[in-house]
Ligand binder design. Structure first.
Ligand code: F6P
Length: 321
């Protein structure tokens, strides 16, 4: 294979740049010409290619975001636009495409290969950790560390004022950011989209903490949890009389310099993607399994269902007593 392309798609995540760098440099090392597609699938449809050199990816390893931009392309959901994208790739003589993104982005890659035969490799890049086939997605570790830093700061002021706090984190369908930051940040309550929790249970937990002499309680709520932060705050105030504040971390979680774990996974995944294309493989999703970089059939990988680690939730209940 002589010409490959790489794109980033969906919500950006820390470590995407490290993956782009690895694809470009490892590709060139393997005598390939490497093209970047700007603005994800939107750029693929609109023919926005850039030929990359080793220097094009200099000084990006430590940077959050993606230097080639990203998009959530609604147009790419239509088969005629995927065909258009394929024709653009073909015109340039590109034989393999590396897609760095989350669930929707890798699904787009799967459809592209199924419909056109373009060889694709998926790299999991999303802070949500919502791809079940891999232990971790690139960006998740950095995002959780960002949340953890915020929890520590909120704890300082909360205990000083003897008030509680709801910290709202990202995760519409997957509560892993809430779960992992909750257990490592010592939260009293963690609310996930996947697990039903009633307002009464939340209030009881806060009351229990007050009875046990706690100066404050921290509630981590994933954005996809069905009861809103405002409703939770109202219920806690009315039932316990305790003051309680809201902190919404929002896009802070998506930025920042990637952690060691994210840089390493991104680098190894980028190398593996090139290696697979070089050796004639395609339709693979790269991930981490038992601490090592592994690759799986793309369609099967996307079918895998993630369930939250309920053992961690149980630990939180005991440790926060
Ligand atoms: O896909 C990652 C993510 O950050 C989710 O956690 C969040 O719900 C969503 O993206 C926000 O998307 P947008 O950038 O389109 O507002």
């Amino acid at each position: 294979m002589k010409r490959i392309a790489v794109l980033t798609s969906g919500g950006d995540s820390p470590g995407m740049n490290a993956a782009i760098r690895a694809v470009v440099r490892y590709g060139i090392y393997n005598d390939m010409e490497v093209f970047a597609v700007h603005r994800g699938y939107e750029g693929l449809i609109d023919n926005e290619f850039e030929k990359m050199s080793r220097r094009s990816v200099a000084d990006i390893l430590h940077r959050g975001g993606t230097i080639i931009q990203t998009s959530r392309s609604v147009r790419f959901m239509e088969p005629e636009n995927r065909q258009k994208a394929y024709e653009n790739l073909k015109k340039l003589g590109i034989e393999g495409l590396v897609v760095i993104g989350g669930n929707g982005s890798l699904t787009g890659a799967k459809l592209l290969e199924e419909e056109t035969g373009m060889k694709v490799i998926g790299i999991p890049g999303t802070i949500d950790n919502d791809l079940a086939y891999t232990d971790y997605t690139i960006g998740f570790d950095t995002a959780v560390n960002t949340v953890l830093e915020a929890i520590s700061k909120v704890r300082d002021t909360s205990s000083s004022h003897e008030r509680s706090c709801v910290i709202e984190v990202m995760g519409r369908n997957c509560g892993d950011i809430a779960l992992y930051s909750g257990i490592t940040g010592g939260a009293e309550v963690v609310l996930l989209p996947e697990i039903e929790t009633t307002l009464e249970e939340v209030v009881d937990k806060i009351r229990e903490g007050m009875v046990n002499g706690k100066l404050h309680s921290i509630i981590i709520r994933a954005e996809g949890f069905p009861i809103s932060s405002q409703e939770i705050i109202k219920a806690v105030k009315e039932s316990t009389g305790q003051d309680i504040k809201l902190v919404v971390l929002s896009y802070l979680q998506r930025g920042g310099s990637p952690s060691v774990r994210d840089r390493l996974l991104a680098t190894e995944a980028g190398e593996k993607a090139v290696e697979l294309l070089r050796d004639g493989f395609s339709f693979r999703a790269i991930g981490e399994y038992a601490g090592k970089v592994a690759h799986f059939d793309l369609a099967k990988a996307l079918e895998a269902k993630r369930t939250p680690r309920e053992d961690l939730l149980e630990s939180i209940k005991v440790l926060s007593m």
